[in-house]
Design a protein around this ligand. Structure first.
Ligand code: SF4
Ligand code: SF4
Length: 349
């Protein structure tokens, strides 16, 4: 059990499937709410913990073992998967009502109307975090502003710190330990120091991309290191191998940092775009990576976009009852609002 959790945690980059189907949390009955989620094992484990003491149904749909956000963004966790889960689980015989609550971060891949059409169930997006579900249910399914937001702060970074970087660390650490053990400790210290520095000071380090920020950090380290060697030993290139390696280590440590711990697209995605790729398997599905655009003439002020944007790009309706941007530059082109806009007023370009 502990080993299973450890593997799931340390390799959360990799898909890890949990069983799909309908599960009882507590003692649900025919009136109990239905929470839908994806079959990523870490998510299921955390959700079950967050829902302790509740009486509800947990409907686990197939996302191929990938977390909700990535699977929805990659076109894997879609309305088709939710429709399948509803039909196969026999939910219609378990509850009298016809409502399901979806994870907010599934919005980039879900067409709510398609779920209603195919199953008769009205789907709506709940809070971003599972831990907020009890309060959301108690509050008659009204979301507070905080329940709509994804937090990229210290708590999230601590959660991601080891799990997102361990596989990258291992790629070099394993061959070093086997063939060049004399470099293993130095590499380990340098790698985790680089990751810690980037995670702690990401918002203060200049640069628009993770790799750009990593470059500045590595340059600073190399200059300091070479300067110290020059002053103390008279040779700035005494550790030239480590100086060179520092660039590679910072580059590796920042591989996906922009996409994981800040509201930006990941560097590999940006690189793909610059190289002219429009898609890459199920990971980058023919995406636009630009800023969100609004066609005011089409907007009817329904506010579906502001309900679902995880970074607060939208503000209130303006005097013409059209949605207004509050912080358009915060947009990282997840596409959720464009998918949910029934008027086709939004596009990422
Ligand atoms: S979802 Fe579309 S129609 Fe609704 S407020 Fe936003 S832009 Fe306007
Ligand atoms: S405004 Fe940008 S970040 Fe917000 S939901 Fe739309 S595409 Fe995603």
């Amino acid at each position: 059990m502990v080993l299973d959790w450890l593997v799931a945690y340390l390799f959360r980059w990799l898909p890890r499937s949990a069983p799909t189907g309908l599960f009882a949390i507590g003692n649900p009955d025919e009136n109990s709410p239905v929470i839908v989620t994806a079959n990523f094992s870490l998510t299921i484990r955390r959700l079950r913990r967050a829902l302790q003491g509740q009486n509800l149904w947990l409907l686990v749909a197939n996302s191929q073992g990938i977390n909700v956000w990535c699977a929805a963004d990659g076109g894997i966790f879609t309305d088709n998967r939710v429709v399948d889960a509803i039909k196969v689980s026999g939910l219609v015989d378990r509850v009298k009502h016809r409502q399901v609550i979806l994870p907010a971060l599934s919005a980039p891949g879900i067409d709510l109307e398609a779920i209603r059409r195919e199953t008769g169930f009205r789907a709506r997006f709940g809070p971003v975090y599972g831990k907020d579900i009890p309060a959301y249910l108690e509050g008659r399914k009204k979301k507070t502003e905080a329940m709509r937001r994804f937090e990229f702060g210290l708590e999230h970074r601590l959660d991601m710190f080891v799990s997102m970087n361990f596989p990258i660390y291992l790629l070099v650490a394993a061959p070093l330990a086997l063939f060049w053990p004399q470099y293993f400790v130095g590499y380990t210290i340098l790698f985790w120091s680089a990751v810690a520095f980037l995670y702690l000071f990401l918002d203060q380090i200049p640069g628009k991309t993770g790799w750009g920020q990593a470059f500045w950090c590595a340059t600073l380290l190399v200059l300091l290191w070479a300067g110290m060697d020059w002053l103390l030993r008279g040779d700035p290139f005494l550790h030239w191998g480590w100086l060179l390696a520092s660039f590679g280590i910072f580059f590796a440590a920042a591989f996906d940092i922009a996409g994981v711990v800040s509201a930006r697209r990941a560097d590999p995605e940006l690189l793909m775009q610059r190289l002219g790729f429009k898609s890459f398997g199920s990971l980058y599905n023919d995406k636009q990576l630009g800023l969100i655009g609004l066609d005011r003439d089409k907007c009817n002020g329904c506010r579906a976009c502001s309900d679902i944007c995880p970074v607060g790009v939208y503000g209130e309706l303006d005097q013409d009852k059209k949605i207004a941007f509050r912080n358009r530059n915060a947009c990282f082109a997840c596409g959720a609002c464009a998918k949910q806009c029934g008027q086709g007023a939004l596009s990422v370009a």
